[in-house]
Design a protein around this ligand. Sequence first.
Ligand code: PDD
Length: 278
Amino acid sequence: LIAYLNGRFAPLAELTVPVLDRGFLFGDGVYEMIPVYGRRPFRLAEHLKRLAASLAAVRIDNPHDEATWSALVLELIARQPFGDQSIYLQVTRGAAYPRNHAIPARATPTVLLFADPLNPPATVLVEQGVAAVGMEDPRWQRCDIKTISLLGNVLARAASVDAAAAETVMFRDGLLTEGSASNIFTVKNGLLLTPAPSNRMLTGITYDVVLELARRHGPPPVIRPVTEAEVRSADELWLTSSSKEILAIVSLDGIPIGNGAPGPIYRRMYGHYQQFKA
Ligand code: PDD
């Protein structure tokens, strides 16, 4: 697999970064995961815009303009032996010595990109849905930044791994935030409900696509705080992400959501999404 690090393409297994890289020492960096269908990146401009916003939020100068990023991503895609790809893109603040929390005056960001084969969810998951567990959101107050500091997400995901479930749905102050690596939608009485973008969640690219599709095809989305009680009593519960697309959550903490199978509104939205990404 050909990857990219700081200006050169090379096999992923040959690439190394210095131990003083602040990504390694502090989790001081940001990332994106961009799905690629048949060598065409999906919503690349939106991913690059979110990358720029994450970099600005953590005060790392964006090492490239949008055209250069696009060219890099397209070249990486062209160099892979497979068409459906998941592009991982990471920028850290770079190496600095001595170790010090203070942001160094001069550091050269470390830029890493690599591709994996993209495996959209298996048909059985689309048709039968997945299990999830709920937990109190353990993360910090800037979940809107797509940072590589993911320990909160990792520990949240561990709870669903322990329960042999596919995702952990998180709540803060009695309100839905998001999944450990996804955004969450509910359907109740035919209404599609999801929280508004805020510091409590990442604004997913897939979240935006689903809202766009809901505005176009219905049901009209209602964007407002969603309570834990509303999640647990929803008719339908969905997760969305670039890698999982849209999946129905059919049980939460072992209790069925709706009738315990993917609902009609999910199936319609899944169809719209498949057409949209094609
Ligand atoms: N994760 N919220 C969190 C915490 C996420 O990690 C992700 C995606 C999302 C959905 O964002 P998007 O629709 O832009 O993929 C929401 C990616 C897939 C990852 O960590 O690999």
